[in-house]
Design a protein around this ligand. Structure first.
Ligand code: NG6
Ligand code: CA
Length: 513
């Protein structure tokens, strides 16, 4: 089996990359591009995908869908955050590179500067590029230097500007990173981040559980900040710390400022909302705005964020030359480590819609998620059944802009731009690999969809030893007919032996490639 490490030198990028010069203004050929990536948002979590208004209302996302193209087979490439984001930016499946599973608080940069990324390709097309919001792809060479320069990071892989939540907000530390530096860090109060408690009297979710604003249910019981205990420990950096409640406002504020600064050039904004990941602690003005507890309130906040992006575009006169792609990094989860009422206040809300599974799983609920494209005047409003995936954006956008993709880069990204634009007769993907966390590389569990057929390949992975079973005979395979059984309840492998064998072979071939 060949697990390729994809390292492409930018020096080897073909000269044709420079053929498309920045003309200084946006146009139909060179729209501004905004990818809004939600976090842990399930297929059924928003109104236009079936959420009932009595449980949670999402008027802005619904309007985006009504004026754009709503995909019923839009996917994240993995059912956890880091591998999906890795694949989004590199156009290569995360399982092809080891160590691209969920990143810990002290993870180094997972995408190294010599890898050709989607923002690199867009820069070559003359775009200004920014990443604002949740990163969770690691920072720094061996580990993050919180008090120094946090590089490599986004600026080394194609972004001109970055304003980040460095990991994910249930992990330490709660600070913003602007470009290479922790924002507002007082050198007299250095930031320390570690795996072990720094002192015996350090306050944690275990020794100070009673005073917590939101209690934990599993893990998430180390350092307390803003009344919420987290994964990992930290001290110092007090002036730099943010409140969970203010994240969404900050992403909008920074996006608005950056868009205004860059509106005369074509721009690419990767806006990675933290909603609706745990800890779900939206701004006070959204508390109680849904009847599904903090989880629903966080969806309302996410919906507000989408509305703000559209407002900014309207106010800046950019509506007709901006393409928005709205997607999620993985499917839904209810209890993800905090007692936030997601389970108790669910009512009849169906976070994964008609699908089973969710975050961490290879069932449809793990990766089939809301996926909307919007570009008024260019994308005809409608619904598309074509299969598209977050991993395809790199190739689709580069090809649309006439930027050549260097050999060896974006290995798994397909050009589905005509489908994303809703062109008549345009086809999406024929098939798709669905990855779970991915710590086990090509030995992970996988889903593989081809048309209406889907196989699941389940493999045992020991989280402690980080060793996965290598014996194909011990992997469990099953086959499902998604048209008749979207919830993947009935294994029909025996009745469809040929199809089963074909899909198994196709999956294995792609894993070996
Ligand atoms: C898990 C965390 C979960 C969440 C997830 C990453 C525990 C027990 N669970 O390890 O709460 O943080 O990692 O989510 O700690 S993701 O959407 O960023 O991939
Ligand atoms: Ca996620």
């Amino acid at each position: 089996m060949l697990a390729k490490t994809v390292i492409i030198s930018l020096a080897s990028v073909s000269p044709s990359l420079n053929a498309t010069e920045n003309k200084g203004s946006t146009s139909i050929e060179k729209p501004n591009i905004i990818v809004i990536m939600a976090d842990d948002l399930g297929y059924g979590d928003v109104g236009c995908y079936g959420a009932k208004a009595k449980n949670v209302k999402t008027p802005h996302i619904d309007r985006l869908a009504a004026r754009g193209l709503r995909f019923t087979s839009g996917y994240a490439s993995a059912s956890t955050c880091t591998p999906t984001r890795y694949s989004l930016l590199t156009g290569t499946y995360a399982f092809r590179n080891k160590g691209t599973g969920i990143a810990g608080p002290s993870s180094p940069a997972l995408i190294r500067p010599d890898v050709v990324t989607m923002p690199d390709l867009l820069q070559k097309a003359g775009y200004k590029t920014a990443a604002i919001g949740k990163w969770h792809l690691g920072l720094g060479d061996k580990k993050p230097d919180w008090n120094g320069d946090l590089k490599p990071g986004p600026l080394e892989i194609g972004f001109d500007y970055s304003f980040l939540l460095p990991t994910t907000n249930d992990r330490v530390p709660q600070v913003y990173v602007e470009n290479h530096r922790v924002l507002n860090l007082d050198p007299k109060d250095p930031l320390w981040v570690g795996h072990k408690s720094p002192s015996e009297d350090h306050k944690t979710g275990i020794n100070h559980r009673e005073g917590l604003k939101m209690d934990w249910s599993h893990g998430h019981n180390s350092t307390i900040h803003n009344g919420i205990s987290r994964i990992g420990f930290y001290t110092g950096g007090h002036a730099a710390r943010f409140r969970d409640e203010d994240l969404a406002d900050k992403w909008v504020e920074k996006s608005e400022a950056w868009i205004k600064q860059n509106k005369d050039k074509p721009f690419f904004l990767y806006l990675a909302s933290h909603d609706i990941h745990v800890p779900r602690m939206p701004h006070e003005r959204f508390h109680g705005k849904s009847r599904t507890g903090f989880r629903g309130d966080a969806i309302v906040q996410l919906d507000w964020t989408v509305g703000e992006v559209v407002r900014i575009l309207k106010e800046q006169g950019l509506e007709k030359n901006t393409m928005i792609v709205f997607c999620s990094d993985n499917g839904s989860v209810l209890d993800d480590g905090y007692k936030d009422g997601a389970v108790e206040k669910l009512h009849d809300h169906q976070p994964a819609g008609p699908y089973s599974g969710g975050k961490y799983t290879i069932q449809e609920g793990g990766t089939r998620t809301p996926f909307i494209t919007w570009w008024p005047g260019t994308i005809k409003p409608g619904v598309s059944e074509q299969i598209v995936c977050t991993i395809d954006l790199a190739n689709s956008l580069a090809t649309h802009l006439g930027v050549a993709i260097p050999e060896g880069a974006c290995l798994d990204s397909l050009d589905v731009m005509p489908a994303l634009l809703g062109k008549e007769g345009a086809k999406g993907r024929d098939n798709l690999i669905q990855q779970d966390n991915g710590n086990a590389g090509t030995l992970s569990s996988f889903g593989y969809r081809s048309g209406k057929w889907k196989i699941q390949r389940k493999n045992a992975f020991d989280r402690k030893t980080k060793i996965a079973n290598e014996d194909p005979a011990k992997m469990k395979f099953s086959l499902y007919d998604l048209d008749n059984d979207p919830a993947e309840k009935k294994d029909v492998a025996k009745q469809n032996a040929q199809i089963f064998a074909r899909l198994k072979g196709e999956l294995q071939k792609q894993l070996d490639d």
